[in-house]
Ligand binder design. Structure first.
Ligand SMILES: [Zn+2]
Length: 308
């Protein structure tokens, strides 16, 4: 046993793999294009298994050198059974016993979880949230995701669906959300909603959020205000959850968090002003540190937490 893990991050476009040592460093990488195999889940699983095999071979490792394989998936996952319950954006994934399938082909213990849960685990143990016992991790991107670390443990909820911060309603009435809900945070500050808003504001179709960031960098008042309003929505959406959970830290990751610098002041201000006294005194915010590797590093943490 060499105290190594393999982290796998299954995303909509790419599957990233990494061998990770006991210090949380990625020592070797693998990659697959999800879209190439997305037609059938069996084809995708087969490709994943062969990529895992070749990663072991490339590094002259045996199954017994690996503590476990951790896999993050973009959807609902039964962590205890190791089943993928449902992936909303990858066709054909309903009740797939992925843990059993992988373990029968490669003799390494395998653990599955939701991808944002893994980002929360990664940031908590090896990123912006190390030394904290209670934190909320938010990912801002096409979706708005959340992971909860409560009393030094990932909180999954009764049906493994906890942490859906993007589906906190901001109002009683408003835009319909993909989840079926109304006026969800994600329907207001998800990437698509922000791009639509920016397109109108800057009178430019398909304006990229990076451009709005660059404009803010140059001091453009409208762009600075765009990020301030986004941060206000985010802050207002989280006041209730901060009051309920009394976390020490909120870690913000995901693509849109590249604008953290412009989001931070208004976000923190809303939280400090609107949460209750004790909660307000304790709450801090931080930008995620693990970037694109958060998924595989978190998968490594999942393995180490699960086998210990
Ligand atoms: Zn929703």
């Amino acid at each position: 046993m060499k105290n190594l893990t393999i982290g796998v991050d299954i995303g909509g476009t790419n599957i990233k793999l990494g061998i990770i040592n006991s210090q949380g460093k990625i020592i070797s990488r693998g990659n697959l294009q999800t879209t190439k195999y997305a037609k059938s889940k069996n084809v995708l699983i087969k490709a994943l298994i062969s990529e895992l095999d070749s990663l072991l071979e490339k590094n002259s490792l045996k199954a017994t050198d690996i503590l476990g394989i951790g896999i993050g998936l973009p959807g609902l996952v039964d962590y205890e059974k190791g089943n993928v319950i449902f992936l909303p954006n990858v066709p054909g994934w309903h009740n797939v016993p992925l843990k059993k399938i992988i373990e029968s082909k490669i003799r390494i213990k395998t653990f599955l979880d939701n991808d944002v849960n893994l980002i929360a685990l990664g940031e908590w143990k090896l990123g912006a949230g190390s030394n904290y016992e209670n934190l909320i991790c938010i990912t801002l991107g096409t979706g708005v995701g959340g992971g909860l670390i409560l009393d030094n443990k990932l909180y999954r909820g009764e049906g493994f669906a906890a942490g859906e911060i993007g589906h906190i309603p901001l109002n009683e009435k408003g835009k319909k959300c993909n989840c079926g809900g109304t006026a969800c945070l994600e329907a207001t500050i998800g990437r698509n909603a922000l791009m639509q808003k920016a397109a109108i504001l800057f009178k430019k179709r398909n304006i990229d959020l990076k451009e709005v960031y660059d404009l803010a960098e140059k001091g453009n008042a409208r762009a600075i205000d765009f990020w301030r309003q986004t941060a206000n929505h985010l802050g207002n959406g989280l006041v209730g959850i901060v009051n309920v959970l009394n976390p020490q830290l909120i870690v913000i990751g995901g693509g849109v968090s590249g604008s953290y610098k412009f989001l931070k002041p208004a976000f923190l201000k809303v939280l400090k002003e609107r949460t209750m006294t004790v909660q307000s005194r304790m709450i801090k915010i931080a930008q995620a540190k693990l970037g694109d590797d958060a998924g595989i590093i978190g998968a490594n943490v999942l393995v180490r937490e699960s086998v210990s």
